[in-house]
Ligand binder design. Structure first.
Ligand SMILES: Cc1cc2nc3c(=O)[nH]c(=O)nc-3n(C[C@H](O)[C@H](O)[C@H](O)COP(=O)(O)O)c2cc1C
Length: 185
């Protein structure tokens, strides 16, 4: 069995290791037309406040969707270890600008360009160089934002030829602890 502490350790490792398969997470929101999923990079993990941290462009659809409904689902799959992790929680934008600035400082220069498009991500491409001949770091910084997800529950599935294992871990606010429940896989 993987305890909740062990799962959080795995998530911390995934956020720090570029090759860890759990670093690319499917983030699912409630879209206008139904569920919407996309890959995002897990940037930081804060076990003490149950937070997963992602970077994105404030003009993206996912943020419009989170503003309308902050309940999100996340999905990770490690094919090598045959481990699936499903999480649910509440998404919200980071409001501490000092934190956002620190995150921005850590973004490699080449990746900063991704935030500098003059047209919003997902809008019809009008100019050939939407990435912006008139790219400025200041504009890119304006578009950059940090999305937190406070995890309420997660479910770990270990595939195993002998015996699959499935555990649900639910946050119990009153106890200030995770409650683990084995499930029929
Ligand atoms: C491997 C991979 C990693 C990605 N990482 C991020 C990310 O960290 N943040 C982000 O906003 N988009 C990331 N994207 C792009 C998103 O999947 C998505 O296309 C984009 O954010 C627009 O999504 P939306 O229109 O649903 O908001 C990544 C895509 C891939 C394939």
């Amino acid at each position: 069995m993987q305890t909740s502490a062990e799962i959080w350790r795995l998530l911390v490792r995934a956020s720090a290791d570029r090759r860890h398969p759990w670093r690319v997470v499917a983030l699912c929101t409630q879209g206008e037309q139904g569920p919407a999923a996309r890959s995002v990079i897990l940037r930081k993990v804060q076990e003490d406040n149950r937070r997963l941290v992602f970077y994105t462009d404030r003009r993206t659809d996912k943020l419009r969707e989170v503003a309308a409904c902050d309940r999100v689902a996340l999905l990770c799959w490690d094919a090598h270890h045959r481990q699936q992790l499903r999480l649910t929680g509440r998404a919200f934008l980071e409001t501490d600008m000092a934190v956002v600035d620190r995150c921005w400082t850590g973004v490699p220069d080449a990746a900063k360009r991704d935030y500098g498009t003059t047209q919003a991500p997902g809008s019809p491409l009008i100019t050939k160089d939407a990435a912006g001949a008139d790219f400025t770091l200041a504009l890119a910084r304006e578009h950059f934002t940090v999305l937190n997800v406070e995890v309420a529950e997660f479910e770990f599935l270990q595939l195993d030829r002998e015996q699959h294992q499935r555990w649900r871990h639910s946050w119990r606010e009153a106890a200030g602890a995770w409650e683990a429940q084995p499930l029929v896989p």
